[in-house]
Design a protein around this ligand. Structure first.
Ligand code: NAD
Length: 433
């Protein structure tokens, strides 16, 4: 199948590489010239485990191409996938649809023969109708269908999730469009659950799923707060809860709050849709409020450890919103660091992958270290903010030697509390004392 993908970011690029690997002819389109130039020169523009080899292989075989030209990608395509960003509107927090509207309008004139246009971006309910209208207005004779094809990949696992998805949800209002998508996913037949639903249901499934997961994280974070006061251990509590198959054991890890490019924006967008539809989505509203407050509270815990130290220095391990990615969008680590900066402390930070993105956010407001020990050197507290596995492997004796005051606030519960305390650290984690 000939596939054009509009938007070559965290979703569009792994999707393009994956579809090429399945044998499709894929053209990835992006309006950012530097991105396309880098990809054409063989340089990946995002970090995703396992992506590089597949990318190089499919570029070499000619199955995967990159262009800034909408015409070049769309005019021969059987399927056009829209994977542009839908960031939160700065004021209302609803999903900002300007990139979707622009993409739909720009692609319309190049449609040639029957084409399915699939919305892979996370879009408000009814966007399929809007995209259909925009294309129809620009190109009244075009032969096309618009489907909703929500993306459920997890950053850091994008390649794994592409080839082994939990489920594929397709919102198609015509059989012809559903059949084309079924053909695309033929290699997954028998291995993955495919659900064909109404377009508006599919659009809702994506938001309802992300909001549910965000609420689950917020719930376990509140339980962690409770355990700290009540003398329980949140891991034991989560373990006991997770053994109930109705609850499940995933997403019961307490931490500094949910973040990333999806949960915060999608919960806000869903809450906005609730309000505009006159529906009380109180659980989602509460999770948003509680999660925002949590980042400030976490910064407070770090500051509390150095409140009596003049000119305190804070070491930060981790800036990405989670391990396995360089993505700092809505990263709890970034929000906590921003909170710390307000208190005029000196911060030296290290992240194995996200330094470049962090530099774009903080500029010279913080110091950047080349490794974990360099970040810890001279610090009065070490704050662990992202769950990179390597952080758990660092020799704590070495850390203690280079730190000025041995405080650790481990907001990802990476270290063994007993070991850290035995080695002389004043150690705090989440959800137990
Ligand atoms: P991104 O910002 O990484 O990538 C979007 C790309 O689209 C950018 O490179 C931008 O230059 C390009 N673009 C915008 N308008 C364009 C146009 N008119 N023509 C060509 N290119 C254009 O965004 P992302 O993280 O890949 O997210 C894309 C969508 O997928 C969002 O709606 C997001 O909510 C959803 N989603 C993201 C994830 C995730 O983990 N990142 C997971 C599931 C769903």
């Amino acid at each position: 199948m000939k596939v054009a993908i509009i938007g070559t970011g965290y979703v569009g690029l792994p999707t393009g590489v994956g579809l090429a690997e399945l044998g499709n002819d894929v053209t990835c389109i992006d309006r950012e010239v530097s991105k396309i130039e880098a990809l054409r020169a063989g340089r990946l523009t995002i970090f995703e485990d396992g992506l590089e080899d597949l990318f190089k292989k499919n570029v070499a075989s000619g199955k995967l191409k990159f262009t800034t030209s909408m015409k070049e990608g769309v005019e021969t395509a059987d399927l056009v996938i829209i994977a542009v960003g839908t960031p939160p509107h700065p004021v209302t927090k609803e999903a900002d649809m300007k990139y979707i509207h622009a993409a739909a309008t720009e692609l319309a004139e190049y449609l040639h023969g029957y084409t399915v246009v699939a919305n892979k971006s996370t879009v408000p309910v009814g966007t399929g109708d809007v995209v259909e209208g925009l294309i129809r207005k620009k190109n009244p004779t075009a032969d096309f269908d618009v489907v909703s094809l929500p993306e459920f990949l997890r950053e850091g696992f994008a390649v794994h999730d592409f080839f082994s998805p939990d489920r594929v949800v397709v919102g198609a209002n015509t059989k012809r469009a559903a059949d084309l998508i079924r053909e695309l996913y033929k290699p997954f037949e028998g291995k993955t659950k495919m659900l064909f639903v109404k377009r508006r249901s599919s659009e809702t499934i994506k938001y309802a799923s992300n909001a549910f997961l965000a609420i689950k994280i917020h719930y376990i974070n509140e339980m962690a707060n409770f355990c700290e006061k009540a003398g329980a251990d949140v891991y034991e509590v989560a373990q006991g809860m997770g053994l109930d198959s109705r609850i499940g054991n995933k997403f019961l890890n307490p931490g500094p709050g949910y973040g990333g490019s999806c949960f915060p924006k999608d919960t806000n967008a869903m809450a906005y849709m609730g309000r505009t539809n006159g529906v009380n989505l109180s659980l989602i509203e509460a999770a948003i409020k509680g999660n925002d407050a949590r980042k400030v509270e976490m910064a407070g815990r770090i500051l509390e450890t150095v409140k009596n130290i003049p000119d305190a220095k804070i070491a930060v391990w981790g800036l990405a919103f989670k391990n396995g990615t360089d993505d700092c969008r809505e990263s709890p680590a970034v929000q906590i660091v921003a909170e710390l900066i307000k208190n005029n402390v000196k911060i030296k930070a290290f992240d194995p992958k996200a330094m470049e993105n962090a530099r774009k956010i903080f500029g010279d407001k913080i110091y950047y270290a080349g490794n974990t020990l360099e970040a810890a050197k001279g610090a009065d507290v070490l704050a662990i903010l992202t769950e990179w596995h390597d952080f758990a492997k660092v020799d704590l004796d070495e850390v203690k030697k280079v730190m000025h005051t041995p405080n650790i606030v481990d907001l990802r519960n990476m270290l063994n509390p007993d070991e850290a305390r035995e080695k002389g650290f004043n150690y705090q984690c989440i959800g137990s004392i």
